[in-house]
Unconditional design. Sequence first.
Length: 336
Amino acid sequence: MTILRDTMRSINNFSRIRQAPWKNKNLLVFLVFLAISSGFWFLNALRKSYVTTISYPVKFIKFPDDKMLDADVLKYIDIKVRGVGFTLVRYRLGKKFIPIDIEASKLRSSLNGSKKGGYLVTANHLTRISAQLSSDLELLEVSPDTIFINWFAKSTKQIPVKLIADLQYQKQFQQGGAIVIQPNLVEVSGPENLMDSIQFVSTVSQRFENLADTLNKTFTIEPINGVDISIKKVSVSIPVEAFTESSFDVPILTRNVPDSLILKTFPSEIKVKFRVGLSRYDSIKPYHFQAYVDGADVAIAENQNKLKVKIDLTPDFIYSIEYSPVFVDYILERNR
């Protein structure tokens, strides 16, 4: 009983503590006056004058067509201003500035090592900056006092688009033909030294599962830092169809055999197995394949009694090609 009584007393005490702030009138009055006094203090603080720093946007325009800016060009300058708290809070909470448009062609030329560029003195733009400030704000300082930019000779070329995609097909389905990308060429522009190393642009990787029908999809071009790409997206069509397995017996040809010799293989043909889309099943024939052994391999064959069979002609619309045997016996005879 003692344990039960102590437990109930603890629960009651906890309840009184939790409810006390709302039932204690003195505490409630104190909290109200504290909130009111804090509000008056905050309003009084906002009437005072302060000095603070604000980011101000700059934008370079009218750049020569054969030049381009460094990707790390300065986009903001810092302005130090003095004003009352009300005004400063308004600027801090979302007041937007119209960027200063700086004509790149009017910059004074500069040379930083091997980098060519230009510079401007920000003090020359104080009037334009002040015009966007409230009358109760005083512009004290602009930093940096000088803006330096670098530019590069601009190179432009057309390069292909490379599709990056993980394609997973349903059972008995596969790609049914060439993937079509529109447009398949894009124009890119950038610094000459960077453009030499860029041979293609890639799409942002996507994954598709259980494909059983032709996929038509828009892919976003992966951006390249410091390079302008003429388009942002391409249309991609990936044909998908059901496939079947088939096989042919293909004769083994010989190559690089002197006219004075005859090379015979045993067996004289191989069996080629492959997968093909149903739409092209009837169009594929044995002569679409070409298998051969090379007489030049006779002298270097690791196994003197066998030659490796090679295939150098197959249709471009079949998949999973296998053939056997891979090595065949052979004999050389004089040509009578």
